[in-house]
Design a protein around this ligand. Structure first.
Ligand SMILES: C[S@@+](CC[C@H](N)C(=O)[O-])C[C@H]1O[C@@H](n2cnc3c(N)ncnc32)[C@H](O)[C@@H]1O
Length: 323
């Protein structure tokens, strides 16, 4: 018999956070924002996921970078690099080295919500590239882009198809904010996971070792700590499936027994019956036509598209429309 998790002490939430959480949790299908997947344990689990045989995304994106980094630097002419949601920062080095081969990499700025993971990657990149000014910004890419620093011959990478975690209705506003911090000599390099055989997609989020399940369930512990909620992780199981209408993988948590969850800071209470679900992440899948349409709607244009021979993943170079 599992034990109920005791409520965490009251936590101060901003008015914006309260409104966001109330809207997310009160929807017919309640959800928890996917940024709560990442504490130190969640980030370490994500790193394990990237090495799983089923998780083709990381190795494919890396393969594209290994093949195309020089052409990407040639197309963008960048000497300043940045990465949003950098995590362990294991791919950006390929661009640093390509910039150094071509001219120079003067600076590298990483932004991530997870402070300790960010510190570790800044430290290891500083050791690897002592001539580069490496800087970390702890923040959210949804609201802290202005803390990313000045532009000018800058290439900002957003790897891992993390952009896919935005609901389709949020992607154009997000790209517009990126366009706002992008000057005429700057570029964006965004990783997009492509639509493909549903079996490949679903296997990537239902690995046989159960690491994605542990990653998904960890969101409840992070959320409890951050908000004072009392979700019992032992009362839920991992679910992930492809929704062809929305063209996204959806990760959910499903109650395996009747359980009550509360978030006192927003006076939210819900009794989950067996089988009731909670959404924890969407991961949208794209094709080139969609990316082009999103970019144009945000005042950007798709200036280059790099993909792998099996068309599993793509890296898009986006630049501001010249008006
Ligand atoms: C899917 S992982 C990708 C990590 C790495 N870029 C890669 O390609 O392997 C998402 C990363 O974004 C960070 N992250 C998630 N939500 C965030 C947010 N709202 N603001 C900033 N970073 C966020 C996480 O901490 C994590 O490092």
């Amino acid at each position: 018999m599992s034990q109920a998790t005791s409520a965490h002490p009251p936590v101060e939430l901003s008015a914006d956070e309260r409104a966001e959480l109330l809207a997310a949790l009160s929807a017919p299908l309640p959800s928890i924002p996917s940024r709560y997947l990442y504490d130190d344990h969640g980030s370490a689990l994500f790193e394990q996921i990237t090495d799983l045989p089923e998780y083709y995304q990381t190795r494919t994106e890396r393969q594209i970078l290994e093949t195309e980094a020089d052409r990407i630097l040639e197309a963008t002419n960048a000497v300043h690099l940045g990465e949003l949601g950098s995590g362990a920062g294991r791919k950006i080095g390929l661009l640093v080295e390509a910039a150094q081969r071509r001219e120079a990499c003067r600076s590298l700025t990483l932004l991530d919500i997870n402070a300790s993971f960010l510190q570790q990657s800044v430290r290891s990149l500083q050791q690897r590239y002592p001539d580069v000014d490496v800087r970390g910004v702890v923040g959210r890419f949804t609201q802290d882009l202005d803390r990313f620093g000045e532009g000018g011959r800058r290439l900002i990478a957003f790897f891992g198809s993390t952009i896919g975690n935005f609901h389709p209705s949020q992607i154009v506003p997000f790209l517009r904010r990126l366009a706002d911090i992008t000057g005429p000599t700057d570029s964006l390099l965004v990783g997009f996971d492509l639509v493909k055989d549903v079996r490949i997609l679903e296997a990537a989020y239902n690995d046989s070792a159960g690491v994605t399940a542990a990653f998904n369930l960890n969101i409840l512990r992070v959320f409890n700590r951050a908000t004072g909620a009392d979700f019992d992780p032992d009362a839920f199981e991992h679910v992930a499936f492809y929704d062809p209408d929305n063209r996204w993988i959806e990760m959910r948590l499903r109650a395996t027994r009747p359980v009550r969850a509360t978030v006192p800071a927003i006076s939210w209470v819900r009794d989950f019956d067996v089988g009731d679900e909670l959404r924890t992440e969407v991961s949208c899948k794209y094709d080139q036509r969609f990316v082009q349409a999103y970019a144009e709607a945000a005042g950007l244009h798709l200036s280059a598209w790099f993909t792998d021979p099996d068309q599993l993943f793509a890296l898009a170079v986006l630049r501001r429309e010249v008006t």
